[in-house]
Design a protein around this ligand. Structure first.
Ligand code: ZN
Length: 326
């Protein structure tokens, strides 16, 4: 109210001023505006720059994140934990045939998981560990292999960890040792399992959920092409597993009783690493008295593991010849 009275009085006074006074007043106002506006503007600019600075500080993290994301997409081969390349489409040992092959031996069960228990109370976890230690001894004696065990004592190792051990070791071959068991105690004989075709999808799922990294630069390909490459690599691994089984079974036949339909296929977790040729050897039926006694015999286990070693030698000789012919 007071402000409007002042304004009306000012207008009344201006109305009574002569022209010279009016011109002076306009000039004075213009000068004031020239001095005040830049000052306000400069203050605004300072405020804006502070705000921008703050904003730029705030967006610094998202922009870093963005570049990090880009780096991850471009570099699928790098990962802190599970760094093991998967689908190996390139022969790993092309440059050096003298490099020792890595064999991962997986003694089934252990610790709180004793596995099957025989009529004479022989535990599966015991015979698998003893057999694994014997196999390691036999393999190291050849001087050709680096040997990794998923467990070397009576401890519990879960299936996922066993698989990761194989991948971290960059296994060229994975052998899981077990002893079978059935309520029908007359059944006996060894058998060899490889991964069933139908389990491939499960392997792909594990690969995705665990972010396993591939030798193949999948980021460089579209999704359908990447899927085809993974599929091809898996098929190649399955084929190698079958090749090893086909060498192992006739050799085993010379040394022990075999279960009918000896080469079997199953959806078995420890065989799922899609870049590691893998077999599971059921060394016999611990539920069968004769097999239980054999599995509990160091002499028999030594004979069996010598056969496995011989088969591993034959398998890699064949692989070397194949690579040399390429
Ligand atoms: Zn078992």
């Amino acid at each position: 109210m007071i402000f409007s009275n002042l304004l009306s009085n000012l207008c009344l006074h201006i109305g009574f001023m002569n022209l010279a006074v009016k011109v002076s007043l306009v000039w004075l106002c213009t000068m004031c505006l020239c001095l005040i506006v830049p000052a306000i503007s400069s203050a605004d600019t300072n405020k804006t720059s502070v705000v921008r600075e703050r904003v730029s500080n705030q967006i610094a993290i998202p922009s870093l994140k963005a570049s990090y994301r880009k780096a991850v997409v471009k570099k699928p081969v790098i990962r802190a934990d599970n760094v093991i390349p998967f689908p190996s489409l390139k022969p790993r040992h092309r440059s050096s045939n003298f490099k020792k092959r890595v064999i991962v031996i997986d003694p089934g069960h252990g610790g709180r998981d004793p596995g099957a228990i025989g009529a004479k109370k022989v535990r599966e976890e015991y015979v698998t560990l003893k057999a694994a230690l014997e196999l390691r001894k036999q393999l190291l004696k050849t001087g050709k292999y680096k040997v990794v065990l998923t467990r070397s004592k009576d401890t519990y190792v879960d299936l996922e960890k066993r698989l990761l051990i194989a991948r971290k070791a960059r296994a060229d071959l994975f052998i899981s040792l077990h002893a079978d068991s059935l309520s029908k105690r007359s059944i006996r004989g060894a058998s060899v399992y490889t991964l069933a075709d139908r389990a491939q999808k499960r392997g792909q799922n594990i690969t995705q959920t665990q972010n396993w990294i591939l030798d193949v630069d999948l980021a460089a390909h579209s999704d359908p092409v990447a899927n085809i490459l993974v599929d091809l690599a898996q098929r190649s691994t399955l084929s190698k597993s079958d090749e090893f089984a086909d060498i192992l079974i006739p050799n085993l036949k010379k040394q022990t009783v075999l279960l009918g339909n000896t080469h079997r296929q199953g959806n078995i977790y420890v065989l799922l690493a899609p870049d590691v040729p893998a077999v599971l050897l059921e060394m016999g039926f611990i539920s069968n008295k004769k097999d239980e006694a054999l599995l509990n015999s160091a002499k028999h286990r030594k004979k069996l593991m010598k056969t496995v070693t011989k088969s591993i030698n034959s398998y890699f000789n064949a692989q070397n010849k194949l690579q040399a012919s390429r």
